[in-house]
Design a protein around this ligand. Structure first.
Ligand code: CP
Length: 304
């Protein structure tokens, strides 16, 4: 199995190829029995060292739809509770005979270590403050369903904790590959000290609202406050300055959309009234698209 660790340098043609495969996967998912034997006999481990609902569940549904054998690993209940380290744990999964592993972890660099030292395929399902490439791919796929290949010059504003967001990093790489203009919006403590090239940076959400095609709200990572220091603004102040409200939505241009990778902190990043069905709300489509895009990734990486 090949690996997917990062979207850095990932060209638009490869992204579009995955989208075309994902569209074919959607047809499979629409069948009464949404299962094909494409990857029957192949084995993949899921090693999630951090909590996940969307990513883990959609990877699991994707694997089952392609008849992949899943070895489900969770730290609780494993020998990690007896002190076994992450590298020994992943080596054990390899020794058990899996051809690839889907990893979510807080440990920056563990996915490249597995690829290099264990020689099995790796899919990065969210790594520390590094990247979350499959999330960015499903986000771009959601936009592709709406726009087709008309990405060139479209403006994507990422709002919130850019500095510590793995979703933001992958989306900046992927969005740039697709020809999008990227604007980073947030309070100074959440913006990267050295912004990536070809990005615009501002602390003022109001000024960008009328010009963006996509407003991508990032989750305020309350659980990282302990490791990152008291960088977070007061949550009510955050909503006041950066939350998407009905008034702000009215100031966006016609056809503009809003997205969020989830889980959403309602009343912090988004007015609860905007979480339900709304013409500009792509949050639920993002979740649904997790399955076909991850099927496409498995299909491609296993060389089917
Ligand atoms: N977007 C995302 O990674 O969500 P989960 O943490 O629920 O997997």
């Amino acid at each position: 199995m090949e690996s997917l660790l990062s979207l850095k340098g990932f060209p638009a043609e490869r992204i579009l190829e995955l989208f075309r495969i994902a569209r074919a996967m959607e047809e499979i998912l629409s069948r009464p029995i949404p299962v094909v034997p494409a990857l029957k006999g192949k084995r993949v481990a899921f090693a999630f060292f951090e909590p996940s609902t969307r990513t883990r569940s959609s990877f699991e549904l994707a694997a089952r739809s392609l008849s992949l054998e899943i070895l489900n690993f969770s730290p609780s209940g494993s020998s990690m509770t007896k002190g076994e380290g992450i590298q020994e744990t992943l080596t054990t999964l390899k020794d058990l005979g899996v051809e690839g592993v889907v990893i979510r972890s807080p440990y920056l660099g563990i996915t490249s270590w597995v690829q290099r030292e264990l020689g099995i395929g790796v899919i990065n399902a969210g790594e520390g403050t590094g990247e979350h490439p499959t999330q960015a791919l499903l986000d771009l796929y959601t936009l592709w369903q709406r726009w087709g290949e008309e990405f060139q010059g479209k403006r994507l504003a990422l709002v919130g904790d850019i500095a510590r967001s793995r979703v933001a990093r992958s989306l900046i790489y992927g969005g740039r590959s697709m020809g999008m203009e990227i604007i980073l919006v947030g309070p100074k403590t959440l913006l990267p000290p050295f912004p990536p090239p070809h990005t615009r940076v501002t602390t003022n959400l109001e000024e960008v609202l009328p010009e963006v095609d996509v407003l991508y709200l990032l989750r305020v990572q309350k659980e990282r406050r302990a490791s990152a220091g008291p960088y977070l603004p007061d949550l009510q102040d955050y909503f006041f300055a950066y939350g998407l409200t009905r008034e702000r939505l009215k100031r966006m241009k016609p056809g503009a959309v809003y997205m969020h990778p989830g889980p959403v902190n309602l009343g912090v990043e988004l007015d609860p009234a905007l979480y339900g069905e709304h013409p500009g709300n792509l949050i639920h489509a993002q979740v649904r698209n997790g399955v076909p895009i991850r099927m496409a990734i498995f299909y491609k990486l296993f060389g089917a």
